[in-house]
Design a protein around this ligand. Structure first.
Ligand SMILES: *Cc1c(COP(=O)(O)O)cnc(C)c1O
Length: 394
């Protein structure tokens, strides 16, 4: 055991089953450890590093911003925050406003507060219930955890706030709507739950029904947002206009940030909600450059080409190793291989790591692929060579 591993184990709370490789630097989808050994990163720090590691444009913007001003608080104008909000709203295609915070869970908390605020109308019974889906993941705070539909995560931490119902699937959502329901919150591709895309027509019908009943549609795009689906938002791909969208992970390329986007432009008044760090100079400047970089990647056609190529390579692996995998799942660059068992899932990830390829698990039996969106063809090929070598050894 290295000295650092000992220190980490002694002083850091054991919330993650951690791998002790000591990564020191990275370039795009390639990471280098302390011995200069290279790894291909098909995980992007869990859908965060969409512009890759060591991105020169992003690091230049961050360094310039940090050397001038990092934080003043939301009591004063923050130029990059205003510009980032404008950029996100413009690229989303929605008539909306943005609120900034620091994480996915915090963004979802904000969305839930917005919904509850919306449900409070003078002289009418309070509407407060939010329907979410089984197998969903919405974050780790008490309320976001309650919203999360994976029951196995609910041990130990109760009592939870009231007002959350879990539906089995979109069809089952309708049966769970009542006079107290104010919103339905879903992911368009369940990420942690196992790379499970929702059916587009089902989502579009749901949107219509909810609009007719004045029930809000909240889309958790913490994982699918910021071009991961191939479009700026998965909501764009699904051709829906949700009332509230949450973002986080990739928005600032690794600088902590969260965002709640809403068409309810006047839902909050000063004092209703806030976040000390939210949208400060550092995270907003980083977010703005990430949006610029990925917008150009999309417009040049390069992102679409990478998606098509990645999918082809993954489908070929799925077909060739049909003794290990049942299905190739996902869309854009949120992809998965459905393994025949959780044991195979574990072996594939471990053996790939031995071959210096980083992969993620999702759900009970899915191997998840979330490469940087800027990944080069060479890195895709190199990653798949390593994956194939790993699969040959299983
Ligand atoms: C990661 C994730 C979250 C939680 O984000 P944190 O930044 O870890 O709080 C919420 N929803 C979805 C869909 C996620 O993938």
């Amino acid at each position: 055991m290295s000295e650092l591993e000992k220190i980490d184990k002694e002083f850091v709370l054991h919330t993650y089953a951690r791998n002790y490789t000591n990564f020191k630097s990275g370039k795009n989808a390639t990471l280098l450890d302390e011995n200069g050994v290279d790894y291909i990163d098909f995980g992007s720090g869990i859908a965060v590093c969409n512009v890759g590691h060591g991105n020169e444009r992003l690091s230049r913007v961050i360094c310039e911003q940090v050397s001038k001003i990092i934080h003043t608080s939301n009591l004063y104008l923050i130029e990059p925050q205003a510009k980032l909000a404008q950029k996100i709203v413009k690229e989303s295609g929605l008539d909306a406003r943005a609120f900034f915070c620091n994480s996915g869970a915090e963004a979802n908390e904000g969305a839930i507060k917005m919904a509850r605020r919306y449900g409070e109308v003078e002289g009418k019974p309070k509407r407060y219930k939010i329907v979410t889906l089984e197998n969903s993941f919405h974050g780790r705070t008490i309320t976001a955890l309650r919203a999360t539909g994976q029951e196995s995560m609910h041990n130990y931490f109760g009592p939870y706030p009231d007002g959350f119902v879990h539906a089995k699937n979109i069809d089952d959502v309708y049966k769970n709507l009542d006079d107290h329901t104010v919103a339905v919150m879903i992911e368009l591709v369940q990420g942690e739950g196992g790379v499970e895309p929702m059916d587009k027509e089902e989502v579009k019908s749901l949107e219509k029904v909810l609009k007719s009943k004045d029930i809000l549609l909240i889309i958790d795009e913490v994982q699918t947002g910021i071009y991961r689906s191939g479009e700026m938002l998965a909501s764009n791909l699904y051709e829906i206009e949700p009332d509230i969208i949450t973002l986080a992970k990739a928005l600032a390329g690794g600088v902590p940030i969260g965002c709640v986007l809403t068409t309810l432009k006047d839902i909050f008044s000063p004092g209703d909600h806030g976040s000390t760090f939210g949208g400060n100079f550092l995270s907003s400047a980083a977010g703005l450059e990430v949006m610029n970089i990925l917008g150009e990647l999309k417009d040049s056609g390069e992102l679409d080409r990478s998606i098509i190529y990645f999918e082809k390579r993954l489908r070929d692996v799925c077909n060739k190793y049909s003794t290990l995998f049942d299905l190739e799942v996902g869309l854009g660059l949120i992809r998965g291989l459905r393994a025949k068992s959780s044991d195979i899932q574990k072996k594939v990830i471990e053996e790939s790591f031995q071959k210096r390829l980083l992969l993620l698990k999702a759900g009970k039996n899915t191997v998840r692929f979330l490469p940087p969106l800027t990944i080069s063809k060479y890195e895709i090929d190199e990653g798949f060579e390593r994956l194939i070598r790993a699969l040959e050894d299983i």
